[in-house]
Design a protein around this ligand. Structure first.
Ligand code: SF4
Length: 366
């Protein structure tokens, strides 16, 4: 498989599809004998994969079986859920404890890891120490929309390999530049993409859109550029892609891309996904200054409910959210970072239900 290729396969037996895909890509030939292999899924929260937010365990099972059948047995799954949720709950609810028992592999929770400093140039990043024991990293992201960065796939999924304190710092730096730097100093060697039923608008899922596809790629920049096209964005709408390209992580030029569908008729058809950008429209109601993902997702979920009930248009103030509001005063705020505001919803991150009830109360008072 070449660097400018994306292989894809469609079907509903996700484990067997993945194994067919990896045999076609000849993944086993890329890995040195005796290598310590890390698999990085997306388990941002304890929600099942059919919710549209997390990596299907069947895909990871297919990867593990491919590796074990080719004599690779030093395998660990490495992940850290987003700020506000516990990885150990995600491992349990998303079916990864079962994978551990079935295949005798190790689960590594990066929320419990200490970190080492790395980086190129002026900006340094703190990466979890477990990554020093990985020789070959297989990234297994889910294709999803994202309320702050528009899309999330291979490049952003690497954020699960840094501690929570560093995730907060990334948000305070605007996400794009640190994501590019993280990718420039932490290489993903192979990517298996769960494109089975990701939510096209939200990182947290809730509205899965079924495509029943698993893909394989080598270049995370080219893959993410392709995901922009799939979700109706320009590559320039997701600055970390261009920044990663500049940092030498890969190539964002889609004219170089070669698609190959396994079991296809040889004619590569463009996939057509419904483009709603539903969450983007809700962003107008809030002002975000360096907000953590879980906090922003909770707000968007609450705003969506209020909009569905026809209440949101009745609220005529801006809602402030994010770490940039710490110590500031204001009117309406979300999360403990806005604790000095006249009205604010407690929590770090606050629950979506609390935000919904809180804003509903503000609307009634106005
Ligand atoms: S309250 Fe502030 S620190 Fe806590 S999750 Fe929200 S933005 Fe992040």
């Amino acid at each position: 498989m070449e660097k400018n290729e994306i292989l894809r396969i469609y079907g509903t037996d996700y484990k067997e599809m993945t194994k067919t895909l990896l045999n076609e890509a000849r993944l086993f030939e890329r890995i040195k004998k005796g290598a310590r292999i890390g698999i990085k899924p997306n388990l941002m929260a304890p929600v099942p994969a059919d919710f549209g937010a997390t990596t299907h365990p069947e895909v990871v099972a297919g990867i593990i079986e491919h590796l074990q059948e080719h004599g690779f047995n030093d395998i660990r799954i490495i992940e850290g859920s987003w700020v506000g949720d516990k990885t150990e709950m995600s491992f349990e609810y998303c079916g990864y404890n079962n994978l551990k028992d079935t295949y005798g592999i190790t689960l590594v929770d990066t929320q419990k890891e200490s970190a080492y400093e790395t980086g190129n140039g002026d900006i340094k990043v703190n990466v979890c120490k477990c990554m020093q024991d990985v020789d070959f990293l297989i990234n297994v992201p889910v294709i999803k929309g994202h309320c702050q960065t528009n899309i999330t796939c291979a490049l952003k999924n690497m954020k699960g390999l840094i501690p929570n304190s560093e995730k907060r710092r990334f948000h305070s730096m605007g996400l794009h530049e640190p994501i590019a730097i993280l990718n420039s100093c932490l290489k993903q060697d192979f990517i298996v993409v769960d494109h089975i039923c990701g939510d096209l608008d939200s990182e947290g899922g809730g509205n899965p859109y079924h495509t029943d596809c698993v893909m394989a790629a080598v270049d995370p920049v080219l893959l993410d550029a392709y995901v922009c096209k799939l979700l109706g964005y320009e590559v320039s709408d997701v600055p970390y892609i261009g920044l990663s390209e500049k940092a030498g992580v890969g190539c964002a030029d889609l004219s170089t891309l070669k698609m190959h569908t396994i079991g296809g008729d040889g004619v590569e058809k463009d996939e057509v996904l419904p483009v709603s950008h539903r969450i983007i429209k809700l962003k107008d109601f809030a002002k975000d200054v360096d907000t953590c993902s879980a906090c922003y997702e909770s707000l968007m979920e609450a705003l969506e409910r209020l909009q569905d009930e026809g209440l949101l248009e009745k609220f005529n103030s801006k809602i402030m959210i994010g770490q940039g509001n710490r110590g500031q005063i204001g009117e309406y705020g979300i999360g403990n970072c806005t604790s000095k505001f006249k009205h604010y919803i407690k929590g770090c991150p606050p629950e979506s239900d609390d935000i919904y009830e809180g804003i509903k109360g503000w609307i009634e008072e106005q």
